[in-house]
Design a protein around this ligand. Structure first.
Ligand SMILES: [Zn+2]
Length: 518
């Protein structure tokens, strides 16, 4: 049986979550739900990265103890499952989950046993925002390309990982798609990075510079394990890697797919460092590395941590889901973020998309169809007519094709991790069905007493509504359930009375300035 282990990255908990991270969570949730619906075995894994120096600095700036600070923010991340309707199977927190530290220690010892860890003195430019050293050539006018801040000059004795040793094997695994990196431009970027030469990287920090926060290096308490080493390890530690138990065999070694979702800014860590660590430790490598772009606001990356010159606002997924509903937020993220590329978020765009396609599209369609069935048949769902009495042909072939094509198109699009194309296939059903209502004019058939024609049109439309409800399920689980309930006859064949399933949303009210800016 096909089994998939699907992971999201684990965000730093230096602040509350923003909408940019919701994109990755929702994409991962769609994949998990879709594959579960196909009766595949799925484990959706998420968590938080607590052991970062930037968490420590943020806690200090807030005047709160580090554990208390990360606990509060981690809760806000893990709580996103509710407003976003996420079907996460397991969450790991790197500072408090007993599976994690023991697993990271095992991973360290496994790489040490392979001869891949050694100590040396190091001097470099370190961006705390990124938690990484930057070669001068990768800085933009001396500043971090992600944060726009000037990195710190750090000079210390660290443990290093022999990344250079794995360049050849890594290149081969990526070139032959054993590790499939999507979209293709990201794959090419990684191959170019490998071809430019892979230097060994520092995998520990002086305990003092780390402010004593993090996981100590086994047998070297003066050093703390580099937060990225620790964080990447979560994909294994959450499977009880330390104990080497059943979960590890089932979801890592034995899984058909090991799928990591991530943003383009952390590609190197996931596509270079992580597979090399796994090779060193003698573990299987991921099968899929799926890279999404950033959400921007006025062209700037939405970020929980500022730093770049100019204000970066926080777009709070809790606020948005509370105000506009889970369905509208999920739909916007899935419909508007182009595969692998950035997209600009505004509340107006979210509201417009929800009104055009959810309220006026799916919602209006189901409402019209169920209302007409109540008006003309007292709610009794018309039986599917014999082929000889097929509904008026005008517009019907396009609707029938939209329904018939949807499963294949969705499967193909999701195999490419193209959520926009996948939702487009479902949207087409509603769009064609609404067009068909206007062509077939069931109210005219009723007036003319064409009972066979009316039954044929309405039964075809009801089938379209049911198909929309079915195919929406991975994308909008809440709305899909409401549509399915509304369109499923009771044992006596009656449909529930029509209710508003997807309300029209009001655009945000502005009082002088944009209230979303914090
Ligand atoms: Zn940075």
């Amino acid at each position: 049986m096909t089994s998939s282990y699907i992971t999201t990255t684990i965000p730093y908990v230096n602040a509350r979550p923003h909408l940019g991270f919701a994109l990755e969570l929702v994409q991962a949730d769609v994949l998990a739900r879709y594959r579960r619906d196909l009766n595949e075995q799925v484990r959706l894994q998420a968590g938080t990265d607590d052991n970062s120096l930037k968490n420590v600095l943020a806690a200090q700036a807030a005047g709160i103890g580090v554990q208390e600070f990360v606990d509060a923010n981690a809760a806000a991340f893990l709580g996103l499952a509710e407003p976003l309707s996420l079907s996460i199977d397991d969450l790991i927190r790197t500072s408090s989950d007993p599976r994690h530290r023991a697993g990271v220690e095992r991973l360290w010892r496994a790489c040490a046993a392979s001869g891949d860890l050694y100590r040396r003195h190091y001097e470099g430019l370190y961006c705390v925002g990124c938690e990484q050293f930057y070669p001068a050539a990768e800085l933009a006018a001396g500043r971090c390309p992600e944060h726009g801040t000037v990195p710190d000059l750090v000079s210390e004795e660290n443990w290093f990982f022999r990344l250079s040793r794995y360049a050849g094997r890594l290149r081969g695994l990526i070139a032959d798609d054993t590790i499939r990196i999507q979209p293709a431009e990201r794959r090419n970027e990684v191959l170019a990075l490998i071809d430019a030469g892979l230097a060994d990287f520092s995998v520990s920090r002086d305990v003092e510079r780390a402010r004593g926060w993090g996981i100590p290096v086994p047998d070297d308490p003066g050093q703390v394990i580099y937060v990225w080493w620790d964080a990447l390890g979560n994909y294994l530690t959450a499977l009880d890697y330390a104990a080497g138990g059943e979960n590890l065999g089932r979801w890592w070694t034995g899984a058909s797919r090991r799928i990591h979702l991530l943003g383009k800014g952390v590609l190197r860590f996931h596509a270079v460092y992580w597979p090399a660590m796994l090779l060193s430790a003698g573990e299987a490598v991921p099968t899929d590395i799926v890279v999404h772009g950033y959400l921007t606001e006025n062209g700037r990356k939405i970020s929980k941590s500022g730093g770049a010159p100019g204000a970066i606002s926080t777009v709070d997924p809790y606020d948005l889901a509370g105000r506009y509903g889970t369905d509208a937020v999920r739909w916007w993220l899935l419909r508007e973020a182009p595969r692998g590329a950035d997209t600009d978020f505004t509340v107006d765009r979210l509201v417009a998309r929800a009104n055009d396609e959810l309220a006026n599209g799916f919602g209006n369609l189901v409402n019209r169809v169920v209302s007409m069935i109540h008006r003309y048949y007292d709610g009794l769902a018309p039986a599917t007519p014999a082929p000889a009495l097929e509904a008026p042909a005008l517009g019907a072939p396009a609707l029938d094709a939209a329904i018939a094509d949807a499963p294949g198109l969705i499967a193909e699009a999701l195999e490419d991790f193209d959520f926009r194309r996948a939702t487009e296939a479902v949207w087409r059903i509603a769009d064609e069905a609404n067009r068909y209502v206007n062509h077939a004019r069931p109210w005219d058939l009723a007036k003319a007493g064409d009972h066979a024609g009316l039954a044929a049109v309405l039964s075809r439309l009801l089938r379209a509504c049911q198909a929309a409800g079915e195919h929406l399920r991975p994308f909008l689980p809440d709305a899909a359930a409401r549509i399915t309930r509304q369109c499923t006859p009771d044992p006596a064949g009656h449909l529930p009375p029509p209710v508003t399933l997807l309300p029209r949303l009001s655009p945000p009210v502005r009082a002088g300035h944009d209230q979303r800016k914090s």
